[in-house]
Design a protein around this ligand. Structure first.
Ligand SMILES: [Zn+2]
Length: 241
């Protein structure tokens, strides 16, 4: 069983290098926000939900994301999915790499999806969920969340706990025609982090290196969370057939 991963751009921002690299300075570099569409299974699935509350997200981040996140109308989660022929109600699973707003904020936009999240991370983060996410989960009852550790969630898709950047961070490994891809979440912002073993800022460097080694072990290649180069390395952001 192999899948095709499609990077859908959800917005962009400039982020200070001291976030991207542990010894970085005040300069900034371009980040893209993505959601990742997984096709080839019985129903479409996504990794990350895209950001909904941009104003809320931008509040308080100005010191390290000067100017905040911007999003064009066509980059909004629903618009980006529809542009490639997917209706949000058809999405069966929403994999969450970690519970930071820009990664799980829009779960409510997928009315029939099951959230797949790290078990301990989910239980810890749950009291802080925004109302729209909490309500969406409640409405779906048992079917709302699938809580996982290190395990194969379905044929060709595996979750594994990473625990850096956020305690709940998990990698999502997806079998594609190009080999096994690991969607890293914010454990790896840019290609350079992993390719040069160059730890990001605001993290324990040694713990990060252990997580980085795990990502290398779990997959044949990796897809960083926020690198604009994703759309060049895999033209159009299409990973696999
Ligand atoms: Zn994050």
């Amino acid at each position: 069983m192999t899948y095709r991963i499609r990077a859908l751009k959800n917005g962009e921002c400039q982020v200070r290098d001291y976030i991207t690299y542990h010894d970085g300075g005040e300069e900034t570099s371009l980040y893209y926000l993505y959601l990742w569409l997984i096709e080839g299974g019985p129903s479409p699935m996504v990794v990350e939900t895209g950001v909904t509350d941009i104003e809320g997200f931008n509040r308080g981040v100005d010191s390290y994301i000067p100017g905040g996140v911007t999003q064009k109308p066509e980059e909004h989660t629903v618009a980006a999915l529809r542009a490639v022929g997917v209706e949000p109600e058809d999405v069966s699973h929403v994999f969450i790499t970690h519970f930071h707003g820009d990664h799980y904020d829009s779960f409510h936009l997928f009315p029939n999806a099951t959230m797949v999240a790290n078990r301990e991370g989910f239980l810890k983060a749950r009291p802080g969920f925004p109302a729209r996410v909490a309500e969406a989960l409640e409405r779906r009852g048992e079917k709302g969340a699938l809580l996982v550790g290190d395990e194969d969630v379905m044929p060709g898709i595996r979750c594994f706990h990473l625990g850096v950047h956020s305690e709940c961070s998990q990698g999502i490994a997806v079998d594609t025609s190009l080999g096994r891809a690991v969607l890293t979440g914010d454990v790896v912002y840019k290609f350079r982090n992993l390719e040069e073993d160059y730890a990001p800022g605001w993290t324990d460097v040694e713990a990060w290196k252990i997580a980085a080694a795990r990502i290398r072990r779990e997959g044949d290649f990796f897809v960083p969370a926020h690198d604009p180069l994703v759309l060049e390395r895999w033209p159009g952001g299409i990973i696999g057939e």
